[in-house]
Design a protein around this ligand. Structure first.
Ligand SMILES: [Zn+2]
Length: 223
């Protein structure tokens, strides 16, 4: 009898990208009920990311999806990911970082998780993303402490970053083993219709598929 067993709940931060889709599939495999969280901060590739988010949510049969609109996010500045007129190139790569974005997103996720009486947050950070400080192991360890001291829940909401020691190529391999439809994910930071192939996210994705000797089924432009 499983009737009295408490179902574990997790809030998954899902961007529509490859890593967060695989992290969510891991949570599903571990038996969690999934609550999917997406942020609309007027990012350049919002349309495609949101479509991917909903498709992945559908594929993993989640309990609830939440799309949070952060109208004020572009007021902060300091990033090129929100400016629709500028194209990302290797020269302006530094501006692909969004100042302290993950801390803002995670704060919302913790609050929702606490309100749901949830158990964990799943976040799709990988080894390759560590050049962003708010994707690093010390950042997540610090956030875990913050949750311990800053929430009223009678259980500790755990920060799960199951991909943090994996390269993008290893994430793709794992995703395929778990049956994640990787063609439903989007990595490009420049365009919504065809991936540009030269932003840092596109480059990492292309190399990772090549390392696995696999064909990436998403569309790339001619750039
Ligand atoms: Zn791109």
């Amino acid at each position: 009898m499983r009737g009295n067993m408490q179902i574990k709940k997790t809030v998954c931060l899902v961007s529509g990208g490859l890593d967060s889709a695989v992290a969510a599939a891991i949570a599903k495999n571990k038996g969690y009920e999934l609550y999917f969280l997406f942020f609309d901060y007027n990012q350049k590739t919002l349309k495609k990311e949101e479509e991917c988010f909903l498709n992945i949510a559908d594929y993993l049969t989640v309990r609830e999806t939440k799309i949070v609109k952060l109208d004020w996010f572009s007021e902060i500045g300091g990033t090129i990911l929100i400016n629709n007129e500028l194209i990302l190139t290797p020269e302006n790569r530094r501006l692909e970082y969004v100042p302290f974005r993950n801390a803002i997103f995670m704060s919302y996720a913790v609050a929702w998780c606490e309100a749901l009486d949830g158990d964990a947050l799943f976040f799709g950070s990988t080894l390759g993303a560590i050049n962003c400080p708010d994707n690093s192991p010390p950042f997540f360890a610090s956030f875990q402490k913050l949750i311990k001291y800053g929430t009223k829940a009678n259980k500790l909401i755990r920060v799960e970053v199951p991909l943090i020691k994996l390269t993008k190529a290893q994430v793709i391999k794992l995703g395929l083993e778990l049956g994640v439809p990787l063609e439903l994910t989007w990595s490009c930071h420049n365009f919504n219709d065809k991936a540009c192939g030269h932003c840092s996210n596109c480059e990492r994705r292309i190399h990772a598929f090549q390392e696995n000797l696999l064909e990436d089924k998403i569309k790339y432009g001619d750039l």
